[in-house]
Design a protein around this ligand. Structure first.
Ligand SMILES: Cc1cc2nc3c(=O)[nH]c(=O)nc-3n(C[C@H](O)[C@H](O)[C@H](O)COP(=O)(O)O)c2cc1C
Length: 150
């Protein structure tokens, strides 16, 4: 299966998770591509993207990023508003957040994430949130053991 993993990660927690997951999926053809903006300071209001990964013919697209102030990282939001129509593309959404509970930003950000991807015609097959300050490793294991569906 050809899988493209599109990541926006500022302090690399999300990127490390995605790289670990990609290693687990080593029977598949995986490409990881990062989104970048000219100014990635979290306080920047005017976002201008400098690197916008393309989405070509793939079987599955993973979008992964972090929670920012109880919302989706604005750089991922900007990217999703700018991409072409996803035309039924199977997608998985991954979010990392610091706080231990999804209710502390993750749930709200995931709702926004899903809405943006579906507005572009993407079909969201699965969603994952990693609460980084949670003691248990079960959320991470669930992600690392997951095989994206077409
Ligand atoms: C400006 C800012 C706002 C954040 N807001 C939240 C939040 O609302 N809830 C939460 O759990 N974590 C929040 N975090 C923590 C990040 O979501 C978390 O550390 C994430 O794993 C960072 O991912 P990254 O290393 O891939 O950039 C915030 C971090 C920053 C810098």
């Amino acid at each position: 299966m050809k899988i493209k993993m599109i990541v926006y990660s500022y302090t690399h927690n999300t990127l490390r998770l995605i790289e670990e997951w990609a290693k687990q999926l080593n029977q598949h053809d995986i490409e990881i591509a990062s989104i970048h903006a000219y100014d990635e300071d979290p306080n920047t209001k005017a976002i201008s993207l400098s690197v916008k990964p393309s989405i070509e013919a793939v079987d599955h697209v993973v979008f992964a990023t972090c929670v920012r102030g109880f919302a989706l990282a604005p750089i991922m939001e900007t990217y999703l508003k700018q991409i072409q129509n996803l035309k039924g593309q199977a997608c998985t959404l991954v979010l990392t957040q610091y706080f231990p509970f999804e209710a502390w930003g993750g749930r709200q950000a995931m709702h926004q994430f899903k809405h943006l991807v579906e507005a572009k015609g993407g079909v969201v097959k699965d969603t994952f949130i990693l609460n980084r300050s949670r003691k248990s490793n079960s959320q991470k294991a669930r992600i690392l053991n997951h095989v994206p569906q077409v």
